[in-house]
Write a protein that binds this ligand. Structure first.
Ligand SMILES: Nc1ncnc2c1ncn2[C@@H]1O[C@H](COP(=O)(O)OP(=O)(O)OP(=O)(O)O)[C@@H](O)[C@H]1O
Ligand SMILES: [Mg+2]
Length: 398
């Protein structure tokens, strides 16, 4: 099947696409390579555009837009949607997403981006939401319920895009039976708000007796998220702090003058909430899809995998915990050292954060059944991290 890979209204390339294998068997013509997904840039050769690395990576990139094989409760979701693999979903809605503007246009069609994109055009989400997040759900067999941006969500957690008053929101549940993640998202957003960090606003919602986090889409029809993973793909890997420094350099060269401060902010947040999951697809940049200009560092998102120290003794003084700094897994106390001037942080803004979190966890206790002692320990842990940050600031001032 002949298809054009589109980036919003721009034709990127023409290819022979196999809807069964999801493989691009032949690249027939390249129109605007600059508008291709960022990760493909380094595989492209002008004189040999049908070369194998480029074609393979195009196919891998496209398949990678589907729901990943490691999605929590994937088997159940597939059963409920009555399909066998997540890639089956890719052709149901042209591969469109709410995190970028790429889509696959059949060569002989007159389809227009304006008529099909999910930013302007509403989609049925009720069935997908139920299949994804409810404990008991029927099998879905309605074709329209598969025409949604839910076919192209990444990440491990159960999730679903919904529309409320015209706004697109992403709902995310907890991992397996864990209920903490949505609360961590809200806590992180509150900390970011107080400290003035550029972040995605997360609130809590309930869906069928389950607490979920809810955040608005931070991408518009004119932008795309390019994750650090894509940017790093063709860069030298050091497995040291060099990876961080090199990344900042590339962002600065592309006009993001505040890159260092924004990345530092992310690591300060990770330190405070002990976020273990800052892998390279959990941060990135925002690019304008019309001009290809890099606009900003992406607002801080996906902070759920935090405060994950379930068993510790109240008397224990040192709780280290490990976070991620690019390819390294290191103690938070080490990672925080990347912050060049920690004294710029006003910790007085965080004074009542443990109390705020305590109230939040108690408010939903009848649904989550989280024990008082666990809530207490989580808040003690949070307080300890805030105190540690204060100490670091005092030491830096000396
Ligand atoms: N508010 C948003 N607006 C646009 N795109 C988003 C938004 N939130 C998340 N995304 C996209 O969806 C992907 C999955 O979301 P998220 O990282 O929050 O899920 P997750 O399941 O917690 O991921 P992980 O596997 O890292 O734990 C993100 O990598 C990003 O591409
Ligand atoms: Mg993620």
């Amino acid at each position: 099947m002949k298809c054009i890979l589109m980036n919003k209204n721009t034709e990127v390339l023409l290819a022979e696409y196999n809807p069964v294998s999801k493989f691009f068997d032949e690249i027939i013509e390249v129109y605007h390579i600059d508008y291709a997904p960022y990760i493909l840039k380094s595989f492209y050769e002008e004189n040999d555009f049908n070369n194998n690395p480029f074609r393979t990576n195009l196919s891998e990139w496209f398949k990678g837009r589907g729901i990943p094989s490691w999605r929590d409760k994937l088997d159940l979701l597939l059963h409920r949607l009555d399909i066998t693999t997540p890639t089956e979903l890719l052709d149901k809605a042209f591969g469109l997403s709410l995190s970028d503007q790429y889509w696959i246009k059949p060569y002989d069609s007159n389809l227009k981006y304006d008529d099909i994109n999910f930013f302007d055009n509403d989609f049925d989400y009720a069935e997908f939401l139920e299949a994804s997040l409810s404990l008991n759900s029927k099998v879905i067999r309605k074709e329209t319920s598969l025409k949604t941006p839910n076919n192209t969500t990444d990440g491990m957690l159960k999730k679903a895009w919904i529309i409320e008053d015209g706004t697109r929101y992403l709902l995310k549940g907890g991992y397996r039976n864990e209920v903490l993640q949505p609360f961590n998202e809200v806590l992180a957003a509150e900390i970011c708000k107080r400290l003035g960090f550029n972040h995605v606003e997360y609130t809590l919602d309930t869906y069928k007796d389950m607490v979920v986090s809810k955040c608005p889409c931070f991408i518009t029809k004119d932008t795309e998220l390019i994750t650090c993973y894509q940017i790093k793909n063709d860069m030298k890997r050091y497995d040291t702090e060099e990876d961080y420094e090199d990344y900042i350099k590339v962002l600065e060269e592309n006009g993001l003058k505040n890159a260092r401060e924004e990345l530092e902010n992310m690591y300060i947040l990770d330190f405070l909430i002990m976020n273990e999951d800052r892998h390279l697809n959990n941060f990135g940049i925002i690019r304008d899809v019309n001009t290809l200009k890099w606009l900003d560092v992406a607002p801080i998102f996906d902070n759920g995998m935090a405060l994950n120290v379930p068993y510790y003794d109240e008397e224990e003084v040192v709780i280290s915990g490990h976070g991620r700094l690019f390819y390294e897994v290191k103690p938070f106390d080490e990672i925080i050292k990347v912050v060049s001037d920690i004294t710029r942080i006003d910790t007085s803004k965080l004074e009542d954060i443990p109390e705020y979190f305590d109230n939040l966890l108690h408010e939903y206790q009848s649904i989550t059944h989280m024990s008082d002692s666990r809530i207490y320990r989580l808040c003690v842990l949070l307080q300890r991290q805030i105190d540690k940050l204060k100490t670091l600031i005092e030491e830096a001032r000396k």
